[in-house]
Design a protein around this ligand. Structure first.
Ligand code: SAH
Length: 325
């Protein structure tokens, strides 16, 4: 018998009293310490373009948002940010963007090669759904990891939030990435309109079944220029419960305390780190562009100068008796 079947996970996700919540977070914290230790892993994030041709109903970058000024960093600007990440002694760079059909796969392959030839650094890509041949080209160029959130593993909910996209293709992408040997990351948003506790319980089982290397879990935050404007944001405690249960069930996966969790008025990333998370993703997008990568409003620290996040990570870690890897 599985201790954590969908019914039991749903019950745990519905816990509300403070004592039960603290117990759950403490249990997750113990599992985290035992399996991945006290050192927090840092991933330097570069949001290199906000051009997007997709219609995800929750995302401020979606193609119908004509009021957003679009940008794309040059190769030189990206390499400059990578040099700052390397100088901060961070061992992984994450290259993320909207889904631009005009992105030339050869251009990105060239960039990956440049980065790998200059630095001893892992390259993580997060540029959405692409054909297998692009994923292969980038893997051959030296890319190590890929992040593609499933967003929700509930097929009906997924298809209702993604106009013109298909859940099956998302799964195809994840299968291709794993098959090509990428360390593959996925994840979900918590509090999506129409999402049930049972659906989140199934997401946690989905993470276990797919055995992802990294799992990003953050609150849904409504953006005014999307079809979900005015909807309720995800509940912090529900995000923390999901994070904690994901830690307990997957044991070894790398779980970031996401920027979205840090953007709900207060910085709840610390609570995330105490409920199972072991990764932080400081933002190294050049300052003038940071605020334009507006997937949701009031994103954390967008007015800080480039690279200002790195020292901040040390103080977060110290405040809870943890270290930086
Ligand atoms: N185009 C890439 C990167 C997307 S942005 C891709 O599809 O993988 C990175 C993540 O931001 C998304 O996977 C989604 O989980 C999150 N996101 C987008 N809009 C959001 C919102 N309104 N609230 C919270 N998270 C959001």
């Amino acid at each position: 018998m599985n201790m954590y079947d969908a019914k039991e996970l749903e019950r745990l996700l519905s816990l509300e009293d403070e004592k039960s919540l603290l117990e759950l977070y403490e249990q997750a914290d113990k599992v985290r310490r035992k399996y991945v230790g006290d050192a927090i892993l840092l991933r330097g994030l570069i949001e290199f373009s906000n051009y997007c041709g997709k219609y995800c109903y929750y995302c401020g970058l979606n193609a119908t948002n004509r009021s957003l000024e679009r940008y794309r960093l040059t190769k030189e600007e990206i390499l400059d940010s990578v040099s700052q990440i390397a100088a901060a002694d961070i061992k992984t760079v994450v290259l993320q963007s909207g889904e631009n059909p005009m992105l030339r796969p050869e251009w990105l392959a060239g960039l990956i090669k440049d980065i790998k030839s200059r630095y001893e650094i892992a390259v993580t890509l997060s540029v959405g759904e692409r054909p297998r041949e692009d994923y292969k080209l980038w893997k051959d160029a030296g890319a190590d990891r890929y992040l593609l959130k499933i967003e929700t593993s509930d097929k009906k909910l997924y298809n209702s939030l993604h106009y013109g996209m298909d859940f099956e293709n998302r799964l195809r992408c994840l299968r291709d990435l794993k098959g090509l040997g990428y360390e593959t990351g996925s994840g979900i948003m918590v509090g999506l309109p129409g999402q049930t506790l049972r659906s989140i319980a199934n997401d946690i089982l989905f993470f276990k079944e797919w055995d992802f290397d990294m799992i990003g879990i953050g609150p849904f935050i409504p953006h005014g220029k999307t079809p979900l404007a005015g909807k309720q944001a995800g509940d912090v405690n529900l995000v923390l419960k999901t994070l904690a249960l994901t830690r307990i069930v997957t044991k070894r996966a790398n779980l970031p305390a996401t920027t979205a969790l840090g953007s709900l008025g207060k910085d709840f990333r610390v609570e995330g780190l105490k409920a199972g998370a072991n990764v932080l993703m400081p933002n190294f997008t050049p300052a003038p562009y940071k605020k334009l990568y507006e997937i949701y409003p009031n994103k954390r620290c967008i007015s800080e100068s480039t690279g200002a996040c790195a020292p901040c990570m040390g103080s977060i870690a110290a405040s809870i008796g943890r270290t930086i890897a």
